[in-house]
Write a protein of this length. Structure first.
Length: 237
């Protein structure tokens, strides 16, 4: 039996297997060094954004696996994977509260360190967007294979696996939208950007994206079903 005082068994850098597996020496060296820092809040800013990239990496991976499960005709596992992606974006949204601790003066002071960087350049978000679009196309293929359109989809029991998957997709859309709302509010509060409609305001672009949906036809179908009206064809891609 392995003793508690045994040394590390994994290859890599670090004094313990935990450090080697988690690559903590590399991870904790990814922030700017003290001699590089322009403003003390750069650490807060980098930690918040770097951890966001990690959560988005996970979200994109879960969405990608969900696409594979849908293509394999397995809606229930795909729904569970979407639940993970949804929670990842929820955590990303919650940690915006850390950035809200910055004052506009603090943010202006650290901006020179950012160069021309913008959150719109986030590789994690771009991967997540691409995975969401693939998810939409996979769902369309799946409905076509089952000969189900959106009219009959929302006529099914809520416990039906296909219905549950559709609702998970709607929840994913909603969670991303809430993230955008919080991001917009943060830009106004900390970035001192103008309100909606202010010419040249970066917050204006964020505001325009709040109502974007990856699966608009699903939203239309569920609303139309509630009203008892027609929903039309399934076309989510």
């Amino acid at each position: 039996m392995k003793q508690k005082n045994d040394g590390p068994t994994l290859a890599g850098e670090g004094d313990t297997d935990y450090a080697r597996y988690m690559r903590t020496e590399v991870l904790l060296d990814l922030q700017r060094r003290p001699e590089e820092v322009v403003h003390r809040d750069e650490l807060l800013f980098q930690v918040a954004h770097q951890s966001t990239e990690l959560w988005l990496k996970l979200a994109a991976a879960e969405l990608t696996e969900a696409v594979a499960r849908i293509d394999a005709g397995e809606p229930a596992p795909a729904e569970l994977l979407l639940g993970r992606a949804i929670l990842a974006v929820r955590l990303v949204t919650d940690q915006l509260e850390m950035l809200a601790r910055l004052t506009p003066a603090d943010f202006q002071a650290l901006q020179p360190a950012l160069g021309n960087g913008s959150g719109a350049e986030s590789p994690g978000w771009r991967q997540t967007q691409a995975a969401s679009r693939r998810l939409a196309r996979a769902f369309v293929r799946y409905l076509a294979a089952l000969e189900i359109d959106l009219v009959t989809l929302y006529s099914r029991e809520p416990s039906d696996p296909v219905h549950r998957l559709a609702e998970a997709m709607v929840e994913w859309d909603d969670r991303v939208s809430l993230w955008r709302v919080h991001h917009y509010k943060l830009a106004v509060r900390v970035g001192s950007h103008g309100v909606i409609g202010t010419p040249g305001s970066p917050s204006g672009m964020l505001a325009k994206l709040i109502d974007h949906r990856f699966f608009p036809e699903l939203w239309q179908a569920r609303a139309s079903h509630a009203r008892g009206g027609p929903t039309g064809e399934a076309c989510l891609a």
